[in-house]
Design a protein around this ligand. Structure first.
Ligand code: 4AD
Ligand code: MG
Length: 481
């Protein structure tokens, strides 16, 4: 008999039908009640076996984690806690699970423990909910751009340009590290390497995206990116996914409008389509926050926080305005910030970003027009201000509990200005000739941004560590499974 997904059965109204479900045992109580989960829903279905007529040895094999197939009649449940259940006619063990050795027990496990068994954590409610929401958000992103006529462009994962300036890179090589081919001066001879040159894993698809935008008008990439920075934080991964739209004829305001509407669209999509999961995650977060002192708990529960984000427009201020707010802020005056804000030009740390969002404005904030010296070479240069300070048309979106979720800018489209900046920043202009061709031939104003996918999932699920929103996290000294 064809199997029915548990999610569909839990909503079924047609009692008396014969159904088959296949899944994994969550619990087996009173030698009678099996809670089965097949991953389709965060909720289990209850199957009731008649132990008087079932072989003792079969019942013994109904352990937590065992894979089973159950066929029987779908009936209205008399017990509390579920609407429907299956009266088991046929029971088959598809895969035994040694209860003594199975690491997942029907009790609460810490997220840290589950991270060590990442291959099994999918079977828990928390991770079922997290990865369902992740899936919905990925789909919503494609849906949003598709509805707007953007072209989904696949940027390369292996790149030969090591000048994007976004972070440290992972080298890609087939050179035998025990027998490195060398030039006469002792340097590595990459001509002998697979691509005949030095190559790396990409840190961003933006530069390739710019080429496509200047032909298709509006494009986006959505793929894995790699950064070999040694940041062991709850916000950084060495391998993460990024969404990078790039649009010809957009200025910075158009860029901010697009980013804000994308974020609101996908959050709305999750609220509309992941009700059960978000309810569960809301409860999880409430539990987690009970462990914290009162003043560190959030004012809003998860779902209210998501709705709040939809109902309010993001605050848009310049870096210079932000510095003024931070300088005169209480934690700066009382020297509570780890990094005190003294001068214009300072890079903002996450404590500053979170102060602006969580304490000062109490909503998402878009910071624009950063000092040129702390931003990438490709950003559009503003005229120097009355104090001779140079800024660029950058925009970072800061979210409560997350800090920076989006980084983007209008791009410098004037060849000479861009080349001058690259030279100042020691970026090899020659090697980037393919990129500069966009500025040589039919250059136009354009803009784009990068949305960190895991940071988005972190925000929507209310999880607190980025390692818990990607199936197989890669971080310094950790690439298990
Ligand atoms: O600000 P970033 O470095 O911007 C870029 O890479 C540009 N090329 C984007 C563009 O304009 N097309 O990264 C963009 C976003 C950040 O705002 C953050 O959300 C996320 O990517 N991000 C990370 N997420 C997880 N782990 C890391 N190590 C991340 N680094 C950046
Ligand atoms: Mg950034």
């Amino acid at each position: 008999m064809k199997r029915t997904k548990i999610k569909d059965l839990l909503n079924a109204t047609e009692f008396g039908q014969q159904v088959t479900v296949k899944g994994w045992v969550r619990t087996f109580r009173n030698n009678q009640f099996i809670a089965i989960n097949d991953g389709s829903s965060i909720n289990n279905i209850q199957a009731v076996v008649d132990f008087t007529s079932t072989d003792e040895s079969l019942l013994k094999r109904l352990t937590t984690g065992a894979a089973v197939s159950v066929t029987g009649e779908l009936v209205e449940s008399l017990g509390k806690g579920q609407r429907v259940e299956i009266k088991v006619g046929q029971l088959e063990i598809l895969g035994d699970c040694d209860a003594e050795k199975y690491p997942l027990q029907p009790k609460k496990h810490s997220l840290e423990f589950l991270r060590e068994i990442a291959h099994l954590r999918f079977r828990t409610n928390t991770f079922n909910a997290v990865f369902k929401v992740r899936n919905a958000l990925a789909f919503a992103i494609h849906k949003f751009f598709n509805e707007q006529g953007f072209v989904y462009m696949h940027s390369p994962i292996i790149t030969g340009s090591d000048a994007e300036g976004a972070g440290e890179m992972f080298r890609v090589t087939t050179i035998d590290l025990d027998n490195i081919p060398r030039n006469e001066d002792g340097s590595v001879n990459y001509k002998e390497d697979f691509f005949g040159k030095s190559t790396n894993l990409t840190v961003s698809g933006q530069l390739e995206g710019e080429l496509a935008a200047l032909a298709f008008g509006e494009i986006y990439t959505f793929g894995p990116t790699f950064r070999a920075e040694n940041s062991n934080t709850t916000r950084h991964l060495a391998e993460f996914w990024m969404i990078e739209p790039e649009m010809a004829f957009y200025d910075l305001n158009d860029n901010m409008d697009l980013a804000e509407s994308l974020l609101k669209y996908v959050i709305r999509y999750a609220l509309d389509n992941c009700g059960d999961e978000l309810e569960f995650l809301k409860g999880r977060l409430l539990e987690e926050e009970k462990q914290k002192p009162q003043n560190e708990r959030s004012d809003l529960d998860l779902i209210s926080k998501l709705n709040f984000c939809l109902e309010n427009s993001f605050e848009r201020i310049t870096y210079t305005e932000a510095i003024n707010i931070l300088k005169s802020s209480k934690p700066n005056q009382k020297k509570q910030f780890k990094y005190l804000i003294e001068d214009w030009g300072a890079d903002l740390q996450s404590e500053h970003e979170r102060y602006l969002v969580e304490k000062h404005f109490k909503k998402p904030v878009i910071l624009t027009d950063y000092p040129a010296d702390i931003k990438a070479f490709y950003m559009k240069q503003n005229d120097a201000d009355d104090q001779g300070r140079n800024t660029v048309r950058a925009m970072d979106i800061l979210f409560p509990g997350i800090g920076e979720i989006v980084g983007g800018s209008q791009r410098e489209e004037v060849l000479e200005k861009l080349e001058r900046r690259m030279t100042e920043m020691h970026i090899p202009v020659e090697e980037m000739s393919w990129f500069l061709d966009t500025r040589r031939f039919g250059s136009v104003p354009h803009s784009g941004f990068g949305l960190g996918f895991e940071r988005l999932v972190l925000f929507v699920t209310g999880m607190t560590n980025i390692r818990d929103v990607i199936p197989f996290p890669r971080t310094p000294k950790n690439a298990e499974f």
